[in-house]
Design a protein around this ligand. Structure first.
Ligand code: ADP
Length: 162
């Protein structure tokens, strides 16, 4: 069975990777689907986010990464995914995630959303926090793949930040 794990991944963190690792134990194949998310004004372009996720997930054989610009349920159907994976870190994620799952189910009743929670070491991790820490010159090496750390430094240095 193929599971789709959609998100902005701006950039991918060790929390996302922890979820992918858990998903590979449950499903034969996992497709990490990087959303264009233009409205969120991402720090990295879609192609950059896809490339970083591919590098960070290179060690997982059944995992592929693709960018997409359509609705999540349309992309899931196009790829033959019957399951959507999402992460629940804390109660604060719950309201938005349940609302989105209900909307997705209303549009695509044949696709199930499955929630996974990360190791407690990652419950406080978010891409937004990682960008803030890097912007202020903090060390993000415990939270992201080395290539992601390099990309953050390069981008933020180019911005005149850290
Ligand atoms: P989105 O813009 O779709 O929320 P994100 O890349 O922020 O995209 O998150 C994608 C999914 O991964 C969401 O379900 C989110 O809850 C989950 N996620 C993000 N960070 C973590 C983490 N540290 N641990 C577990 N799940 C996470």
């Amino acid at each position: 069975m193929l599971a789709l794990y959609p998100g902005s991944f701006d950039p991918i963190t060790n929390g996302h990777i922890d979820l992918v690792r858990r998903a590979t134990r449950l499903f034969d194949r996992v497709l990490v689907a990087v959303a264009a998310s233009a409205a969120k004004r991402p720090l990295f372009s879609l192609d950059e986010r896809v490339a970083l996720a591919r590098e960070a997930l290179a060690e997982f054989p059944g995992v592929t990464v693709e960018g997409f610009t359509s609705l999540v349920v349309e992309f899931a159907r196009a790829r033959g995914a019957e399951v959507i994976i999402r992460g629940l870190r804390a109660v604060s994620d719950f309201e938005y995630e349940v609302q989105m799952a209900a909307m997705n189910r209303s549009m695509a009743p044949d696709i199930e959303t499955v929630y996974l929670s990360p190791d407690t070491a990652y419950t406080f991790l978010s891409s937004t926090l990682i960008k803030d820490i890097a912007r202020h010159g903090g060390d993000v090496s415990a939270y992201v793949h080395p290539r992601v750390r390099e990309a953050l430094h390069a981008r933020l240095a180019a911005e005149g930040g850290a």
